[in-house]
Design a protein around this ligand. Structure first.
Ligand code: ADP
Length: 440
């Protein structure tokens, strides 16, 4: 962190320094050019006065390092301190052209961009001749030489301040870096950080509690699974042992065999439910979600369970309207099946089950209502826990695994659906699963 702060500060300052240096350089460059123009224009004005008084001899006697060129009104070169060849005419140069037409002309010619340039100023005299002065100048070098001391000083200051920032930020961050987040020494950390530390502590406690509760849930689940598996296995093993030892009279063999069959069916149902739940826990291994008609699925499930219900005189009917959602067909089927199956299992003989589908508040829903034994209010939350049964012996005689509503709950979570249970002992139960609105 200290290094990052240091590098960030250094880069930022370098950027600012370069931008300021660039602007300053540009300004100095323009100023240098302007100063030379003005100096040449002033010198040219003096020289013109001299020429007016003494003619060309003035120019010949003039002591200057600048090149002086005198051009007659017709464009012929009358005098050139830089060249003995006076045959040429110079009306083509832009500064001379400007001087002939406007009285004064200025120009700069770069031999190499950024290197030595030649600055020209041409001035027209009263008799129509033009006097041009020129000098080689290096504005870039001049601007750089005037900017560089400032830049070097600023760079030095920058490095010193970056080093200071580095050491100060290290000093500031040391207590934070050395802080033991598990057990912070409150007397050594900044008071401003105390709220953060207490938040970290709260979160740690929360994480610890969640881990503990997950661990105890896991232990409880393992113990429950072992118990649930062992019970039918012990029965199967006991029945089989009696039959093997010839202790079962032949006329009771069918009875014992069907006991073994029933217990093994329970085992299969249990293992199936455990596998379903663990897949829902991991939320993976499912096919892609698809559009599912909840009313179609409800009708199909009711048809499957009708014979079972009819044996106890229970009527099953579907009601409501069409309702479609997007989800994993197999999981949705298991959820609705478990709800309708429970509504039959925990019903009274001659009772009824209604499976209603529809859309309420733009949310598709399935509601399963029965006229069964109901669930006491104190148990209504717990029935969604794994292996929790209101009446253990009753649930077992009717073949429940204690996992049906857990599958409903986890299936709903997987589909971002809500589950609402209303029940009154002796009157019946209504469980509503509402799905999220379908995106089109
Ligand atoms: P089980 O396999 O035992 O039916 P569930 O998880 O499906 O397990 O249900 C848990 C418990 O909730 C059941 O044992 C039963 O006591 C109670 N229960 C579930 N559905 C109903 C219902 N429709 N009417 C009354 N009790 C119910």
């Amino acid at each position: 962190m200290t290094r990052r702060i240091f590098v960030d500060v250094l880069l930022l300052s370098l950027g600012v320094l370069l931008i300021c240096g660039g602007i300053f350089f540009g300004l100095r460059y323009a100023q240098t050019v302007e100063e030379n123009y003005d100096a040449l224009a002033e010198e040219a004005a003096y020289a013109l006065t001299g020429v007016a008084l003494s003619g060309q001899s003035y120019l010949e006697a003039l002591e200057t390092t600048d090149r002086v060129t005198w051009i007659g009104p017709d464009g012929t070169v009358r005098y050139d301190s830089g060249s003995a060849d006076l045959t040429g005419t110079r009306p083509g140069d832009p500064e001379i052209r400007a001087a002939f037409t406007e009285g004064e002309g200025r120009a700069i010619h770069d031999a190499v961009p950024g290197g030595v340039s030649t600055i020209y100023v041409a001035v027209r005299s009263g008799d129509g001749s033009v006097l041009r002065l020129s000098r080689p100048v290096s504005p870039a070098a001049y601007a750089f030489s005037s900017v560089s001391p400032v830049l070097w000083t600023a760079l030095l200051l920058l490095l010193v301040s970056a080093a200071l920032a580095f050491s100060v930020s290290r000093r500031i961050l040391r207590p934070i870096n050395e802080m033991d987040p598990e057990n912070p020494d409150v007397s050594r950390v900044y008071p401003e950080l105390l709220p953060l530390i207490s938040r970290i502590r709260e979160q740690q406690d929360q994480i610890r509690q969640e881990a503990e509760s997950r661990e105890s849930l896991r232990k409880e689940f393992t113990a429950n699974v072992s118990h649930e598996l062992k019970t039918p296995l012990t029965s199967i093993s006991g029945f089989a042992e009696l039959m093997r030892d010839g202790l079962v009279p032949p006329e009771r063999i069918p009875e014992f065999s069907s006991d073994i069959y029933r217990e093994s069916q329970r085992l299969i149902a249990l293992v199936d439910d455990i596998m379903r739940l663990s897949r829902l826990d991991e939320a993976q291994g499912f096919p892609d979600p698809e559009a599912v008609s909840l009313d179609g699925m409800a009708e199909e499930i009711c048809r499957t369970l009708e014979p079972l219900a009819a044996r106890r005189g229970i009527t099953i009917r579907t009601a409501g309207t069409e309702a479609a959602t997007t989800g994993v067909r197999q999981v949705l089927h298991e959820m609705i099946y478990n709800l309708v199956d429970n509504a039959v299992k925990y019903n009274v003989d001659g009772g009824s089950v209604t499976v209603e589908t529809g859309i309420r508040d733009s949310r598709p829903y399935v509601a399963v209502t029965d006229t069964g034994i109901g669930i006491p209010e104190s148990e209504q939350e717990r029935v969604f826990e794994r292996f929790y049964r209101v009446d253990k012996s009753h649930s077992k005689t009717i073949g429940g695994t204690g996992l049906g509503l857990s599958i409903v709950k986890h299936g709903a979570q997987y589909h971002h659906a809500s589950v609402k249970l209303e029940s009154k002992p002796g009157e019946g139960t209504r469980i509503v699963v509402s799905f999220a609105g379908r995106e089109s």
